[in-house]
Design a protein around this ligand. Structure first.
Ligand code: AMP
Length: 454
């Protein structure tokens, strides 16, 4: 099947062809025709399925005729994170190159006067995070009387971030008739309610259930007793694995920063990505990672979610995720397009419950590494923990000491300056190719990925 059968205009098809897509993805095949017909659509799809083009392409054609009035956007796209909003914006630029649609991004961290100026000028496509949208609407800078299409993207992530009440409020401000498109990786009760409350006979589309992980990914579990031992294990892994580039996931922003500081201290080409960083620092970091100046991206789920980042050779779950679906999202960063990828997950006793959920979702168990951590204790402790309904087993007083790292990783000093400036500096450092940078904290040994950079 080609794009030509979907009902898109010739100019939009031309832009698509120039991007190099030959065949629509499943969600595009299913979503584009009903959107062009003016129907409401609920798409159960995760990132990586081509869902962004699935709604931007038909929207470009829907909005092609007509003119935007001052402060009255003709469409509104709500996205949970600034990065996702920016990425949607890039899609409009790419596919809309033969149209004259005006666009504004209302996201925190960007210049407010510039956003006001664009709004006053009139925009066809308004892409916003809920917080900034509420702010500007309440100041009277946006009037929602001319919205033709409303998109709620990554509704499940909005739910996780506590944005659903804001989203409901924003929708309630739209008084004119409009078409609503909702995309979500999962269909939680709250999202179903949202759809029922605000949508009219939506066409429901399902693609790629989140349990589908690429078969080219080699999953490995590493069991250790204490969270404090994980840094040594990561260090060993980075020493031994042929890491080209990697995403290292932590569950908390604070831990992203701590781990980033540890890697930075050892002059590894690492950068941090989390929600507390300034928009500038986040964009800069993403760019450096895309270019290959940064090889190790220490990140949180929220910051990394939905980003069109390059394929990575390794994913390290420094912390096992809180939710099993996040495991699938995280490891989906590797093993793309038939390439081989490796995903290592470091677990302690507190992760047994989510580990059961992950294995249930994957419909297979994750092989345990016999080379790292304390593999011999894994099965008995997991069994004990299940018996106690996932309560922590008693600590073993005779517990072995963690394996001595070749070079001891010290606790990084507490950050003194604000996160944004640190992250800015980090990405600048990553770009700095002076020979001094090669003096490695790995002693005589230099990991493979480090050699590539130099
Ligand atoms: P998304 O799920 O929207 O984040 O898209 C994931 C990736 O798929 C992006 O890099 C898109 O550029 C790419 N993509 C979208 N549509 C197609 C298509 N029809 N053929 C090939 N790649 C696509």
């Amino acid at each position: 099947m080609t794009f030509t059968t979907l009902g898109l205009s010739d100019v939009t098809l031309k832009a698509v062809a120039e991007v190099g897509y030959t065949e629509p993805t499943s969600i595009q095949k299913q979503a584009i025709p009903p959107i062009l017909e003016g129907r409401d659509v609920v798409g159960i799809a995760q990132t990586g399925t081509g869902k962004t083009a699935g709604f931007t392409l038909p929207m470009i054609d829907i909005l092609a005729s007509g003119r935007a009035k001052a402060r009255m956007p003709r469409s509104l796209i709500l996205a949970p994170t600034r990065e996702l909003a920016a990425q949607i914006g890039e899609n409009f630029v790419k596919y809309g190159k033969y149209h004259k649609l005006s666009m504004a991004l209302l996201i925190g961290g960007e210049s407010l006067p510039e956003q006001k100026r664009l709004l006053n000028h009139g925009v066809d496509v308004l892409i916003a995070t809920p917080g900034r949208m509420m702010d500007l609407f309440e100041r009277g800078l946006v009037i929602m009387n001319d919205i033709k299409v409303l998109v709620i993207d990554e509704a499940d992530r909005m739910l996780d971030m506590g944005f659903i009440p804001d989203v409901k409020k924003i929708i309630s401000w739209i008084k004119c008739r409009h078409q609503t498109l909702l995309f979500s990786a999962t269909m939680d009760r709250e999202i179903k309610d949202l759809a029922e409350q605000f949508m009219t006979f939506p066409k429901e589309i399902f693609v790629n259930p989140p349990s589908s992980a690429a078969s080219t990914i080699k999953h490995t579990l590493i069991y250790t007793h204490e969270a404090s031992e994980k840094r040594h294990i990561l260090k060993e892994l980075l020493d031994k694995e042929d890491v080209q580039n990697a995403m290292i996931f932590c569950n908390k922003k604070k831990d992203v920063e701590t781990l980033f500081n540890i890697l930075k201290k050892y002059k590894l080409p690492a950068a941090a990505l989390h929600g507390d960083m300034s928009q500038y620092a986040r964009s800069d970091t993403i760019e450096a990672f895309k270019k290959g100046d940064v090889k190790l991206l220490v990140c949180s789920d929220v910051a990394a979610r939905g980003l069109d980042l390059p394929d990575v050779s390794h994913v390290f779950n420094y912390d096992a995720p809180f939710k099993s679906e996040d495991y699938v999202h995280r490891i989906g960063r590797t093993g793309r397009a038939g390439k081989e990828g490796k995903a290592f997950t470091l677990v302690t006793d507190i992760d047994f419950k989510v580990l059961d959920a992950i294995e249930e979702l994957l419909k297979k168990s994750i092989p345990l590494s016999m080379d790292f951590g304390f593999p011999e204790d894994f099965a008995p402790r997991r069994a004990e923990s299940r018996k106690n309904k996932y309560k922590l087993p008693h600590q073993n007083p005779n517990k072995r000491k963690p394996p001595a790292a070749k070079i001891k990783l010290a606790e990084a000093p507490k950050p003194k300056k604000d996160i944004a400036s640190k992250a800015d500096k980090a990405s600048k450092k990553a770009k700095d190719k002076s020979p001094k940078k090669q003096e490695s904290a790995f002693g005589d040994y230099t990991p493979a990925f480090f050699k590539i950079k130099i």
